[in-house]
Design a protein around this ligand. Structure first.
Ligand SMILES: Cc1cc2nc3c(=O)[nH]c(=O)nc-3n(C[C@H](O)[C@H](O)[C@H](O)COP(=O)(O)OP(=O)(O)OC[C@H]3O[C@@H](n4cnc5c(N)ncnc54)[C@H](O)[C@@H]3O)c2cc1C
Length: 488
């Protein structure tokens, strides 16, 4: 049986950030993830906002980790070649009552240590956001956007470069504490570890209950989004948020530009019973669209190209209109079990700061000696579509698969799809390709490139068509061939 110093359950942004932080030290670390790739849960389906900290309650862990995490993002992006843009955020007021609420938000932000907040109006506001309908706005310059799934993938891949083991499609089925170690049972074998980090998002209660009686509940809360075509990106320059309504318990339907140039409308907020129910609904789509239209009156429904949903991991039940803080601590009943509970928004922003907190907790039980050769940088090649004609020609000369376009909407080449499928995590689903090189993420949403990617999976990676998955271990894309070609 394999022995590890630390086993992390969950390869979301939190588990992957912790893995990368711990990979700086001379210890054996494994990440056990039940999905077919990292970022299989909330870390893939969110707004991708690097929050400033104005929305988290004063003196809370949420506020502390958000503000600290926010400050760490630029360095992280520089080291890991992560797309990051500090486009700022505008919280808009539509009447006098809401203007007063902007003042309250500003004061909370100042107490949380958020810099540069100012209330703007009149011509300054109109010049900054000509298409927005409002009377005043709170300008938050320290808010940014990133690509959440790419952040998680880069953190995981850099951890692997530094010796961390990632095991995909491995579900933790049971956890037992033996004398001074844990026995972790998965569908991919059993492991021993001195410390277990429970970063399993919505399943955090299930993991705790394997070993002790949990004293908390998890309430899944779905957030649906609409994605607008890139042609509409010039409608706004920064993120636009309404004044949050406390009774609604979330930030409200906002409009967020993505790094790639799409606009996101949403998310909605709806408590659900089944944490895996990621469906999108006509009812919420209509609400999202009409609330977004109140903010930007000129948007039209024909701009919508896709919809998706992410599930929040809330510790607060429906109807409790106050924030419940994160729990990041070693279990009092089970020493060695470090729990991360209720890591809802701003978890993406908070991830680098939470990772340091967890590493400090680990250091109380295990001596953490720094590695001499920690590789902090990642070598990410530019996208083909971002290269100059000279750079493109040079690559095509070297290997003509750079000259074959697989995804017409996003201009992704065959070489980029092959590279995406050759990732160090060995993730080989359709989503793994999509999230690494954007094939299938454009206007036609895979209508054109799916067949070409299937061919590459078969030809270059010897994958049987019946084993090709969309995103999760049980999401088969095909059941067999309708017609067998000669030579197939
Ligand atoms: C709609 C929405 C919008 C958001 N917007 C933002 C935002 O703009 N900015 C921001 O900072 N934050 C945002 N967040 C919050 C952020 O997405 C989360 O806080 C963060 O992704 C949580 O990461 P995680 O790693 O804890 O959870 P997850 O990403 O859910 O990862 C947990 C992982 O554990 C795995 N797992 C579970 N059980 C097991 C098991 N038994 N065995 C093995 N693996 C297991 C799962 O497959 C999953 O991959 C948003 C969240 C939502 C839902």
């Amino acid at each position: 049986m394999f022995n590890f110093h630390v086993a992390i359950i969950g390869g979301g942004v939190i588990g992957s950030a912790i893995a990368r932080e711990l990979s700086k030290y001379k210890i054996n670390v494994i990440v056990i993830e039940m999905g077919s790739d990292v970022a299989s849960g909330a870390s893939k389906a969110n707004s991708g906002v690097v929050h400033s900290g104005i929305n988290s309650a004063e003196f809370s862990l949420k506020a502390r980790f958000c503000v600290e995490g926010n400050k760490m993002f630029q360095h992280l992006a520089d080291e890991l070649n992560l797309p990051l843009k500090w486009i700022g955020k505008l919280v808009i007021a539509k009447n006098d009552e809401e203007i007063n609420k902007l003042e309250c938000l500003k004061n909370v932000g100042i107490k949380n240590g958020v810099k540069g907040l100012k209330i703007i109006g009149g011509t300054e506001l109109k010049k900054q956001e000509p298409h927005i309908s409002c009377v005043s706005g709170l300008w938050v310059p320290t808010a940014g956007i990133t690509l959440p799934y790419q952040l998680t993938i880069i953190l995981a891949e850099n951890s692997i470069e530094n010796g961390v083991k990632f095991l995909l499609e491995a579900k933790v089925k049971d956890l037992k504490k033996k004398n001074d170690y844990f026995l972790i049972e998965t569908n991919k074998g059993n492991f021993q570890s001195d410390i277990v980090i429970n970063a399993s998002g919505l399943n955090c209660r299930e993991i705790v209950s394997m070993i002790e009686e949990p004293d908390f509940n998890v309430y899944p809360c779905r957030g649906e989004y609409l994605v607008l075509d890139k042609n509409y990106s010039s409608l706004i320059n920064s993120m636009i948020y309404p004044v949050p309504v406390v009774e609604h318990g979330f930030l409200g339907i906002h409009i967020t530009p993505t790094i790639e140039g799409n606009l996101l409308l949403g998310p909605s907020s709806e408590y659900i019973n089944n944490p895996n129910d990621k469906k999108t609904t006509k009812e919420k789509m209509n609400i999202i669209f009409s609330e977004a239209k109140e903010i930007i009156p000129i948007i039209s429904k024909k701009a919508v190209i896709n919809a998706y949903a992410g599930i929040r991991c809330k510790l607060s039940p429906p109807g409790l209109y106050k924030q419940v803080d994160y729990i990041v601590e070693e279990s009092k009943k089970t020493p060695g079990l470090i729990n991360l509970l209720g890591i809802e928004s701003p978890g993406l922003t908070a991830a680098p700061a939470i990772a340091i907190e967890v590493s400090n907790i680990v250091s109380k039980s295990i001596e953490l000696k720094q590695k001499n050769k920690f590789k902090s940088k990642s070598n990410k090649r530019k996208r083909f579509s971002e290269m100059s004609t000279e750079e493109q020609s040079a690559l095509i000369k070297e290997d003509n698969s750079w000259g074959r376009i697989v995804c017409r909407c996003e201009h992704v080449t065959e070489a980029e799809v092959i590279k995406a499928l050759s990732n160090p995590l060995e993730a080989k689903t359709f989503s793994s390709v999509k999230y690494r090189c954007r094939a299938g993420m454009g206007r036609c949403q895979g209508g054109f490139c799916t067949q070409h990617i299937v061919r590459i999976m078969e030809k270059n990676f010897n994958l049987d068509i019946k084993n090709i998955k969309l995103k999760s271990p049980d999401s088969k894309l095909f059941y067999g061939r309708v017609r067998v070609e000669k030579g197939d």
